[in-house]
Design a protein around this ligand. Structure first.
Ligand code: MN
Length: 146
């Protein structure tokens, strides 16, 4: 996907969010940012292919198995975004406040077009999680496997 969509949506003269770039090396950052925008949501991000693959989760991310959450795939974010906290000004894309809700690392267990299985090593979220895509859609389900 790259960062074109990310850059296009933002005016870096006006927002303090990082402009960033696609990283050559791959790490394994896991972060969830609580984003109080028009609608409160949680942005789940996983470092993959030099960017942060990102999903917007409208409800509190699941800490226990048995709870399934909708996770809407959004544009890739730069890796630097993982440490971003602050206020996105009025009139800018995603206007509101961003705070880190949980952070750590993840270990990829399975990767397919429509399914990711990974172990999350965060503070709030720990254990094996799945992201499963509704065929051909931006909508995924996010849940704890065990
Ligand atoms: Mn967001």
């Amino acid at each position: 996907m790259g960062l074109e969509k990310y850059w296009k949506k933002r005016d870096f003269e006006k927002t303090k969010e990082p402009e960033g770039n696609v990283e050559a090396d791959d790490g394994n950052i896991y972060v969830i940012q609580k984003h109080r925008a028009t609608h409160l949501h949680y942005d789940l991000r996983l470092e993959m292919d030099g960017v942060l693959k990102s999903w917007a989760v409208p409800k509190t991310p699941p800490t226990e198995s048995g709870v399934k959450r909708l996770a809407v795939l959004v544009e890739d974010h730069p890796v630097e975004y993982a440490s971003f906290e602050g206020t996105i000004p009025e009139g800018q894309y995603g206007a509101g406040t961003v705070e880190i809700w949980d952070v750590g690392q993840y270990i990829l267990k399975e990767k397919g077009e429509d399914k990711l299985v990974f172990e999350i090593k965060g503070s709030k979220l720990r254990g094996v999680y799945c992201l499963v895509r509704f065929k051909g859609r931006k909508n995924w389900l996010f849940f704890k496997k065990k």
